[in-house]
Design a protein around this ligand. Structure first.
Ligand code: PBG
Ligand code: ZN
Length: 335
């Protein structure tokens, strides 16, 4: 006869059936509601370009967006995150083309709203794709950040995206005070109840962004982003950054990158359980999984599913991922 202690320590009895296994993982399933798909939009309407550093990911001209999105929306895609890519538009010191009428985001948002009225559109807000120096803000002559001018300009760009129909603006620049500056403009223009601010609140200075900078042609021409993005070892600044952005009125919080920062995701979610928590599985994370699978080291779908679960377990409500099209396929009911 088994004694009660032994019976209690028997774990297999709780996991021998798939339904039992699901009961062991409450609230960490992956659904379409947990996904946001980042898309690079080119300033050349008819072009599609492969991104060498991110095999399987493309930059699209506006004229390709409808046929890209149609099947994804049919499979349940609920939200997208748009990045503008400026290949032909002139770059300058203040990122004038971030919100000019020629900007691909300014042009694309109204069309996407019209084509897919139920799709929720987030726009990344940053200057780096449009500045000549490739930094995320406006610089003083010595190359350091002019924070006041930066947040003025960034909030102007956020407002421009909001005006053309973005339902979420997501500033990724990491300037001090940008959330407050954006909220102020949204309040002044009466848009505040129609536009959510998703703060890249806890964004680390990470090597995992390498492929993205190629994708969005936004690498800094000199120096790095360590004076405005957070040091990877810092718990303290991560906590302060999230609390600060909450106090400035952020509607949602993000931790970025994802996999190497899941402890921070958990801390941030625990500190601010009232706020939807986003995790960005960034370009380098995409590339690692892609190449790992391509070279036979891992099974892509299995490991991707595991990574997504780990993000949900850590507290993510929504995962921003370049794998969204594949995940949507994985989520389709088996016929
Ligand atoms: C730029 C920006 C970056 C990413 C999103 N917005 C790169 C950076 O900060 O250098 C990274 C996204 C990715 O790597 O997938 N503001
Ligand atoms: Zn930037």
């Amino acid at each position: 006869m088994t004694n009660t202690v032994d019976a209690k320590h028997n774990l297999h009895s709780g996991i021998f059936h798939p339904v039992l296994r699901q009961w062991q993982s409450p609230n960490v399933e992956i659904t379409v509601n947990n996904l946001m798909y980042p898309i690079f939009i080119l300033d050349n309407q008819d072009a599609t370009e492969a991104i060498a550093s991110m095999p399987g990911v493309f930059r699209y001209g506006i004229n390709h967006l409808r046929k890209l999105l149609q099947p994804l929306v049919s499979k349940g895609l609920q939200s997208i995150l748009l990045f503008g890519v400026s290949k032909h538009l002139k770059k300058d010191d203040i990122g004038s083309n971030a919100d000019s009428i020629e900007n691909p985001i300014i042009q694309a948002v109204p069309l996407i709203r019209q084509w897919f009225p139920d799709l929720l559109i987030a726009c990344d807000v940053c200057l780096c794709p449009y500045t000549i120096h490739g930094h995320c803000g406006i610089l003083y002559e010595d190359g350091s950040i002019n924070n006041k001018a930066s947040i003025e300009r960034i909030s102007e760009v956020a407002l421009a995206y909001a005006k053309v129909g973005a339902q979420i603006v997501a500033p990724s620049d990491m300037m001090d005070g940008r959330i407050g500056a954006i909220k102020k403009k949204l309040i002044e223009t009466g848009l505040v109840n129609k536009v959510a601010v998703l703060s890249y609140a806890v964004k680390f200075a990470s090597g995992f962004y390498g492929p993205f900078r190629d994708a969005s042609q936004s690498a800094p021409k000199f120096g790095d982003r360590k004076c405005y993005q957070l040091p990877p070892g810092s718990n303290g600044l991560a906590a302060r950054a999230a609390a600060r952005d909450v106090s400035e009125g952020a509607d949602m919080l993000m931790v970025k990158p994802g996999l190497a920062y899941l402890d921070i995701v958990r801390h941030t979610k625990d500190a601010h359980p009232e706020y939807p928590m986003f995790v960005y599985q960034v370009s380098g994370e995409y590339a690692m999984l892609y190449h790992g699978a391509q070279n036979g080291a891992i099974n892509l779908k299995n490991v991707l599913n595991e990574v997504l679960l780990s993000m949900r377990r850590a507290g993510a409500d929504c995962i921003i991922t370049y794998f969204a099209p594949l995940i949507l396929d994985m989520l389709q009911p088996k016929s």
